[in-house]
Design a protein around this ligand. Sequence first.
Ligand code: ADP
Length: 474
Amino acid sequence: MRKSLYLKFVLAYIIFGVFAFIIVSIFVPTMTQEHLIREKAGNLYSEAVLIADTYASGLYTSETSLETVKMQLDSLAVYLKANIRIINPSGRLVLDTNTPLNVEEVVVIEDFDPSTTAGSYYMVDDFFGNFESDVLTVLAPIISNYKIKGYVAIHSDMSVITESCNSLLNISYITLVILLLLSLIILIFFTDIVYVPLRKITYATEQYASGNMHYEFQIDSEDEMGYLAACLNFMANEIAGAEDDQKKFVANVSHDFRSPLTSIHGYVTAMLDGTIPPEQYEKYLNIVQNETDRLIKLTNSLLTLNNLNTKGMLLDRTDFDINKVIRNTAASFEGTCRQKTMAIELVLTGDTFYVNADMGKIQQVLYNLIDNAIKFSHPDSVIKIETSEKKNKLFVSVKDTGIGIPKEDLKLIWDRFYKSDSSRGKDKKGTGLGLSIVKEIINSHNEHINVISTPGEGSEFIFSLSETDEEDED
Ligand code: ADP
């Protein structure tokens, strides 16, 4: 089974929580306790040095009596919540704020060796086996006449430090809980902002993958998720549209192939079974020829459209003289024009005019437009091809005075297989593909084509082309 993204996030959250707890419960207490001990030791040491310099040294110079010093140190010990002692270098206890003064009794601290504290001004231990549990001890020497006469030792019970350490740790634990709760909020936000939309998107893509292109879903956020969802919806709509177009296209192609084939089949069968007598063969063979012409034209147009679609923007752009191309294309309609007693009038800008485009394809555009103009014009009329230049663009217009296009058809004429009802009667050979080829070609050149038409008066098709950078006359 796939591992859910959500599960991974929950797992990451739990790991984060466990690690945070381990850090807070192991490292933070040690660090806090060390800090508190150092701070307390610093304070006690200053006091010890002060006592060594004042009361204690006075004791050794016999300036003050033992009783006075004891009294003063007793009250100081209460204030410091500690035990203050004065110890001789040999380890003999001179004064202890925890026990009453007794000159008779000689108390000696076994193994007393002040040098063990060398390098540190405090120690945490049982003070040479003198206490049952660990105490914090600071030791300050009492110096008189450059000699160490004794030591001031201040012992503080570790429970005081542990107590303040615990209250500080409580703060850390509360902070940890707050942090975990806050990150839980992030997890909830993540679920709502990322996970739920992602689930919707995944489900939608599964639907699209299984072919349900009409599946619609909505994500109402204006972030990347919302954008992704909108893009997916758009993509699915486009694909669904393309599928519908494809179906329509195949239906149209089949229809347009079937009618000529049916009539060819009908006439040939009738000739073979004798329904059509041999003396009428010529008439019906002409019809068959016309139908095959139509089929060839249809096939060629389909191939052209297919090439335009698959090759897309692949244009063989060159600089060429558009006037020459217009003249040649118009000349190729001479025979057709003669049959309909029509004329083509050319009004061209300059003798030569160079444009940058795919010559073959532009020739095809001109051919299709002139072909339509002739098809939909009345006999004895004139077709006018005119060029005009404006802001580095050349506009080519193919204008006829034919049947025109109804207003409601103007948008549809560019669609594949579109033939207006009025044209169907007049132009049996029409495929309805000519103008869609024209549009594809002009669009792939990043140019524009427009039509102005009035039913009964005529139509004008105008398209633009880009002038070449440097005009090359030859
Ligand atoms: P076809 O000419 O093969 O029918 P087109 O795509 O070239 O296909 O044209 C589509 C339709 O546009 C035509 O059937 C016709 O109704 C209309 N049309 C195109 N050109 C003209 C024109 N010059 N005058 C009137 N109608 C036109």
